[in-house]
Structure formats: structure tokens, C-alpha cells
Ligand binder design. Sequence first.
Ligand code: 4AD
Ligand code: MG
Length: 452
Amino acid sequence: KLSVREALVANVEEGTKNIKIQGWVRSIRSQKEVVFLHVNDGTSLESLQIVAEPGLQSRISFGSSVEISGELVKSPSKKQNVELKAEEIRVTGDCDSKEFPFKIKEHHPPEYVRQFPHLRCRTNTFGSLLRVRSEATSAIHQFFKSNGYVHIHTPIITSNDCEGAGELFQVEASNRDGTQEDGGFFGVPAFLTVSGQLHLEIISGGFRKAFTFGPTFRAENSQSRRHLAEFYMVEAEVSFTESLEDIMQVMENLFKDTTTTLLSNCPDEMNFFFKHVSPGQQGSFLTDCSFSLHRMSYTEALEILKKAATSFQHKTEWGCDLQTEHEKYLVRHCGDLPVFVINYPYDLKPFYARDNEDGPQRTVAAVDLLVPGIGELFGGSLREERPHILQSRLDTLGLADTYQWYLDLRRFGSVPHGGFGMGFERYLQCILGIDNIKDVTPFPRFPYSCLL
Ligand code: 4AD
Ligand code: MG
């Protein structure tokens, strides 16, 4: 038994008998003497060509699942290296191709494909996406492992709102009959996590480097092409660092190393996206990851925006949050390459960001990495490790009681530290040039939609 991927690269100079492959029929071309099939099992972009005598199996149709035995031989055609000369074909699952939503050799736009989350892994585009997503997951774990980080499972159910933005999904216990005695999480308020950062900061109080990579949830009522209600976040926390530059270096290395691994481990899929999904657009800056990342302060960014010939919908006064239109302008301004924006206004960032003390509560040591086609991909900061400054910020926000344990971390062996979070779906969008975030995750959750 071989997977399609194994069969495609098998050495078949002599021909190899008794090979069995299993998969789904991607195309059928019948001639008088011979039938050509293409079968795919999700292991590669390319399908395996099957050559069969007409009449060997009559039930085959586009979309049906099959088990085929025969001899793997060198293909006479230049289009592929090998093909399987079928001796036996068993249809394991029929498919009525008239009813099947996808048609042979037709291009289906992403909005159409998205309507069939239960079937879309059968398309070339979504199949490729899932393979890249899986490789990227491994590459990210590998990056952190090889750089000495411990992997931490941070909780999904939590009592904190790390970002303080109030965009929380509340957890509600429910009995089978719909009644329950205590509200919330067995009587206490609890939420789906918006970020693993605070738990990671706890770990970074005893481990120099830690990371987490899990689902996070935001109750943002946004239908935008870069927001989901449930998305995966890669988060890292580094202790004994006093410089935002150190954190930015980890961000840059993570981005480039992961992408380099993908370019070498799934070249077919990457090229497929560059060629067919985003020709000449996003993703194209990647080719070898040798570009350098620009840096600018928030204050410089504002000056650039103010001087811009473009008129923006949102205001561009010092202190305003950077909107997607601003982020895109800044990326274009930097030659369509990623750019770090650092030192944001104090009031724009959550309580944990470290005060730069460059004026009364003026800026904090926070950084966003903006990338082509997306805007914000990473958010990070140095964390406020000085107990008295943190205490006074929490007092002002009325959060000192809630975050007593967080203050404790600053009382018992505090260290300067910092970290970041990268939206995994946005990363995939950026490197593959995929316009809509709903097309980089198998089961997207967004307002008014929780299919399957
Ligand atoms: O900028 P954010 O909100 O930062 C944090 O949550 C920090 N606590 C992370 C940290 O320092 N450990 O989110 C981080 C990234 C964003 O830059 C963006 O890429 C992504 O998460 N993100 C989303 N992705 C998809 N859908 C959403 N609704 C997202 N919200 C944020
Ligand atoms: Mg952010």
C-alpha cells in the first residue's frame, strides 16, 4: 500500500507490481481503448494517474472513493513520472457527480467553495492550504524547540481578560435538560481566553523562554476578511530581556524561519498559491526571505500618514489607533515589505505594556509587525515588571484586586521580560496571499456563522 505522495516519487525503472493506492477520483478521461483517472489522497497536490481498461469498473465517477491495485510503471507521457496500470478497481464510496458541488476542471471561487466546509478539503486549493497549515504548525513548534523554548498548554477557560478590550465569550455551564443551578462556570464567571499571555508570563517567572500555540477567542462583531471569532495564536515570552529589539528579533526569526521551512518542505503548494491564488500580489515578497524588516516609531508613522497624499477615512492625530487603511499605507510606504511600528501611545495598549517614561504616561515599549496585504500580524511588548508602576496603573484601571497574583509575580523575583503574539491565520494569509481569513482555517467561526 502506498500513499499517492510515495507513489509519485517511487523508483519504477523496472515497474513495481502489487501496488495498492486509495483515494478520491479527481478526473476521468475515457478513450476507446483506455480510461485515464487521477486519484488524490490528500498527501500531495499532484494526483496519481491511473491507466485502466474500459469496463474494469463502471461505477467510477468524479468524487468517488476508490481502492486500486496494479503495477506502478514509468509513464510514457512527459506530464508525470509514474502511473499505475490498474488491475483491480474497487469503488469504496459512490459519488453522484451531478449532485457533488465541485465539477471536474472547473475553477470554483473561494466564496463558492466556502459554502461546503464539509467537502472543501477535496479541492486543490483547500487541500494545499491544509497541508501548508499542518507543516507550518510543525515548523513553528520546531522553531521554538530548537531555540530552547518550553511549550506550555495555557488554558482555554480563564477568568482574565488579558487584552482588557471586553471582547469576551462568557462560559455558561449547561445541563442536558437546559437547567442548571449555578450561573457561569459552576458559579464563577469565566471566559474563553483571548490570549495565553498572562499564563505564559507566570511560566516565564521560572523559565527563561516559553511559548504557547492554541486557540483564542474574540467576541469582536467583525465580518472583516482578517478577523475570526476563534483563531490560533502563537505566543512567546522571554525573560531577562530589557530591550524590545530582542523581542523583535525573535518575531523576525520566527516569521522567516517558518516561511523558509515551508518554501523548502511544501514547494508545490507554495508555488501553487503564488501562481494561481495570488499572482504577483501578497506572498511575492517572500521568495527567499532575505529582505530586511523596516522599523519606525509610532510617532514617525503618524508623520508619514499626515504627509500622505491619500485621504484616510479615520483621523491621523497622535494618539489615534492605527486602522487597517493606515497599516496598509505604511507597508506600501516601506516598499511593500513588513515593517515594525514601535513605542505606541500609553493609552492605546493594555495594562501590561512597559512605560517608556519618555513623558508622563506618553509611550509604552510595544510593537506591532505590519505585513503586506494584511496589516497587523504580530503584537508584542516589554511587560511592566516594576511593581510600583504596575500597581499604580492597575489602581487607575480599577484592576488591582483582579490582578493581585500578577502583582505577586513582580514581588517575588521579578525579571524584565517581554513577548508577543502572532495570529496564525493571518500568517497563512500573508505568506500564501489568501484574501479572506475564512479560507485559511478548516472550520471558520465568525459572527452569525458556526457551521458544523
Ligand atoms: O494584538 P493582539 O490582541 O495581542 C495579544 O493578544 C497579546 N496578548 C499577545 C502577546 O503579546 N502574547 O493579538 C495578537 C495577534 C494580532 O497581531 C493578530 O495577528 C491576531 O493575533 N489577531 C487575530 N487574528 C484573527 N482574528 C482576530 N479576531 C484577531 N485578533 C487578533
Ligand atoms: Mg494588537
